[in-house]
Ligand binder design. Structure first.
Ligand code: 13P
Length: 320
């Protein structure tokens, strides 16, 4: 696990989240007029993974079960990119409230044993936290973060590095400050639960949102404001033993996510963790649109993809 953590967090590189569930990739493809099938999903992801030079910017890729069964991790292994796997089984309504709890603990141990045999070195579990006047609620925090901590424990017991992803959702009309405070509260409770479970914090990676104003607030935050609020939340809640924090893009445009990451890294001063990216949409959107399901667009899409990776890699050093 130590070796995996070190390799994932190596300077200038970050993670590509390519673990869209069947439902999510169906939605992303439908927006381009494409119908998702296992074959088309494979073709698309092959296009991404075979892009010449991706290994210079990507240390690890988070995969969905379908891709591992299609042997796509072998392309990654041939480029010394570390394969990981999304292991949560999505969201379920919680006690008839608008909050949604993450599923997948019952079968987790059995699935991890198979994934370990297939060469998966790290895993991801995502919980979502929606901000409204009433939410996140205390009972929901306890349940959803308790499950996330249990996942982390079981994953380490299988020799796999857990990424814990408590995603504070972008949607809503909240301020940047409220988002930062919610991230802080969420992460504090998560670390209490991780300690209760006896999770080894040195062999764990945190995946988090950035602190942003809700899109319905009508406010756009400058990178400096995002960076300040994000770092304030992380400094208050993430213990220094944690080796790395990776950011999701959460529905920001590719440029917004890249510029905000750059500013966060520039401002981090002597924060104890490695900070880098683990974007899905901000890395993929432009490449997916350029590809548009057509073989003849592959080379162009790969060029667009590598250009974005180059920028995001610079941002991960605060050098944009
Ligand atoms: P986005 O970067 O598109 O938010 O996706 C990251 C992710 O892995 C969400 O679970």
């Amino acid at each position: 696990m130590e070796e995996t953590v070190q390799k994932l967090l190596v300077s200038r590189k970050g993670l590509l989240a390519a673990d869209e569930s069947t439902k999510t990739i169906t939605k992303r493809f439908a927006a381009l007029g494409l119908t998702s099938t296992p074959e088309l999903n494979k073709k698309y992801r092959e296009m991404l993974f075979t892009t010449p030079g991706v290994e210079n910017y990507i240390s690890g890729v988070i995969l969905f079960d379908e891709s591992v069964r299609q042997d796509l991790h072998k392309i990654l292994e041939s480029k010394r990119i570390i394969p990981g796997i999304k292991v949560d089984e999505g969201l379920m309504s919680f006690n008839d409230t608008p909050e949604q709890v993450t599923e997948g603990l019952e079968t987790l141990d059995v699935r991890l044993k198979e994934y370990a045999q297939m060469g998966m070195k790290f895993a991801k579990w995502r919980g979502v936290f929606k901000i409204t006047d009433m939410y996140p609620s205390k009972v929901f925090y306890d349940e959803n973060l308790g499950r996330m901590a249990k996942y982390a424990k079981i994953t380490q017991e299988n020799g796999i590095v857990p990424i814990v992803e408590p995603e504070v959702l972008l949607e809503g009309n909240h301020t940047t400050t409220r988002c930062g405070e919610t991230m802080d509260a969420t992460l504090k409770i998560l670390f209490e639960k991780l300690n209760t479970e006896g999770v080894d914090l040195k062999n764990l990676i945190v995946k988090t949102s950035m602190a942003l104003p809700g899109p319905d607030s009508g406010v756009k935050a400058l990178p400096l404001e995002v960076a300040n609020a994000t770092l304030r939340a992380l400094n208050r809640s993430v213990p220094p033993e944690v080796p790395g924090i990776v950011f999701l893009s959460g529905g920001q445009t590719s440029d917004e996510a890249t510029n905000n990451l750059n500013e966060i890294v520039k401002l981090k001063e002597n924060s104890p963790w490695v900070l880098t990216f683990s974007f899905s949409r901000a890395l993929q959107n432009e490449a997916m649109e350029t590809w548009a399901g057509k073989d003849e667009n592959t080379a162009n899409a790969q060029q667009v993809f590598i250009k974005r990776l180059e920028m995001v890699s610079k941002a991960a050093k605060g050098e944009l």
